[in-house]
Design a protein around this ligand. Structure first.
Ligand code: AHR
Length: 513
């Protein structure tokens, strides 16, 4: 830097406002709508509801006799909240639970419980009713680990066949004459571990049989997207075996996607506190979306070898924060609170999926209600929407929108020895032609100003919502449900530039008009 030597220069330096430090300088963003990317498949906003803890019982199902307002046993408050998210699909019944699920115990008038925790009162017909009530598609994960292809095939007959099939007739007798639709079919879950501890080649042989023998009988939805099990963490053996087999597949079987699970934990086993944490723990957890991005890149590169046209999607069908259980809760129930940190984590993760929209065409956050990084928490008749819920709601316009590349220098934010990008941003154009931009300020201490040059977009203003909180550890509770709630935000576009300033640790989504 040139030294100021004259007295006048020194005086000027003392009286002028202090130049903005790079860390506080506006983030210059360029949006070029003339170079659209891939469509961000709405299925990346999918959810996961497993028979685990109070994810189903208490969270969705209260039973027809409950005093909690319900429709055929399914909570009305939860259904109302989920409808607003336009949930594209729900993965059910697990997870690890799927590979020990006996669907027959959960249909008909005589349910066969597996102890108090699994009364089997929420079975196939109740799940399909729930899916219909919230307006979503069914992603059924079949039991490949401990059952047979014949049993899974019969389950599909029960769900999708007309009443002139024996099992379609059984479903009709149980009160559901119309066949259901199964949009997505999971062929096992984590088969390298809880799904049967199978070697990759053993799994691939099983998966081929299940892919071949399982059919949708419903002419209104004759094809199902089939999802094979993918890697364990960064291991490559499952990815190689599945993709190699797919490349040389015969007419008799096929898959549409390969699954990948990634949990943000800040280090395994899950140990990070869900509430009352400090800025360091905020930053540590937020390193994980970058780790997920790296994992997607390495697994996609293997897939590219066998499938350069990207016909097989990568389905990140379990993702989210996995923290230490809420103190005092049953550790096996995987109950955890949900804070502004989860909101920022959600936005960063959804942005990763958007940037990989050409390969990542499905994702399911774990899990929908009361388990892990939930949308909704319930306790008897009480319900609260989490910060994660609000981000999913704000991102609805990105469903099936076309990715628009942005260029910007995120800079860095360092706290307690942890360095992260200072900001993140993505943009997309919806089917009606409206452009949306989502900006995340990761920095927990300083606001951020974004100056967005809008090439190829005619707009006079931007409006939408911003989600910030008093602290990064702020949460919504049954007594204080709106501590973290979105607020309206708008800004003018002047000279082809949108300029907005957002709060520390915030997520903002704006539509351009
Ligand atoms: O989401 C909880 C569990 O995590 C799932 O059952 C399993 O698939 C994963 O290991």
């Amino acid at each position: 830097m040139r030294l100021l030597t004259s007295a006048a220069a020194i005086a000027a330096a003392l009286t002028l406002p202090v130049a903005a430090h790079a860390a506080d300088a506006p983030v210059q963003v360029t949006l070029d709508a003339s170079k659209p990317g891939a469509v961000i498949d709405r299925h990346v906003f999918g959810q996961f509801a497993e028979h685990l803890g109070s994810g189903i019982y208490g969270g969705i199902w209260v039973g027809k006799e409950s005093t909690i307002p319900n429709t055929r046993g399914i909570r009305n408050d939860v259904v109302g909240a989920l409808k607003a998210l336009k949930v594209p699909n729900v993965r059910w019944p697990g997870g690890c639970f799927a590979d020990q699920y006996n669907w027959r115990r959960g249909v008909g008038p005589e349910r066969k419980p597996i102890g108090a925790g699994e009364p089997n009162t929420f079975g196939t017909d109740e799940f399909m009713d729930f899916a219909q009530q919230i307006g979503t598609e069914a992603y059924i994960s079949v039991n490949l680990g401990s059952s047979t292809a014949q049993d899974a095939s019969e389950w599909l007959e029960y769900m999708t066949a007309s009443a002139d099939h024996a099992l379609g007739a059984e479903r009709a007798k149980n009160g559901h004459p119309e066949p259901y639709k199964v949009a997505i079919l999971g062929l096992g879950n984590e088969s390298w571990d809880c799904g049967g501890a199978m070697s990759a080649d053993f799994y691939v042989n099983e998966m081929k049989r299940f892919s071949h023998f399982l059919h949708s009988y419903n002419p209104a939805q004759p094809t199902m997207k089939r999802v094979a099990v993918g890697p364990s963490g960064g291991a490559e053996n499952y990815t190689e075996e599945v993709m190699k087999a797919w490349k040389s597949r015969s007419w008799s079987w096929d898959i549409d996607a390969m699954s990948l699970h990634f949990y943000a934990t800040g280090g395994w086993p899950p140990h990070m506190a869900d509430t009352g944490f400090d800025e360091k723990d905020y930053a540590v957890l937020l390193k994980d979306p970058t780790a997920m991005d790296d994992l997607i890149k390495t697994q996609s590169a293997i897939m590219d070898k066998y499938d350069p046209e990207k016909k097989v999607a990568l389905a990140v069908d379990e993702w989210g924060a996995w923290l230490a259980p809420t103190p005092g809760s049953n550790p096996g129930a995987l109950a955890q609170q949900n804070s502004q940190r989860d909101a920022v984590l959600t936005a960063l993760s959804l942005n990763v999926f958007a940037r990989h929209a050409d390969r990542v065409r499905m994702a399911n956050i774990a899990q929908m209600i009361n388990v892990l990084q939930a949308m909704i928490l319930t306790d008897k008749d009480k319900m609260v929407l989490t910060p994660t819920y609000h981000v999913f709601h704000m991102y609805v316009p990105f469903q099936d929108a076309t990715f628009i590349p942005l260029t910007f220098d995120a800079g860095t934010y360092t706290t307690n020895g942890v360095t992260l990008p200072r900001v993140d941003a993505v943009a997309a154009k919806d089917k009606a032609g409206k452009v949306w931009i989502a900006v995340t300020n990761i920095d927990a201490k300083s606001p951020a100003t974004f100056s967005v040059s809008l090439a190829g977009v005619k707009a006079a203003k931007a409006s939408g919502q911003t989600l910030s909180a008093p602290k990064v550890s702020s949460i919504n509770t049954f007594d204080a449900p709106n501590t973290v709630a979105p607020k309206a935000l708008s800004a003018k576009v002047a000279g082809g530039k949108l300029t907005i300033t957002v709060a520390p640790a915030s997520v903002t989504v704006l539509g351009l008009d």
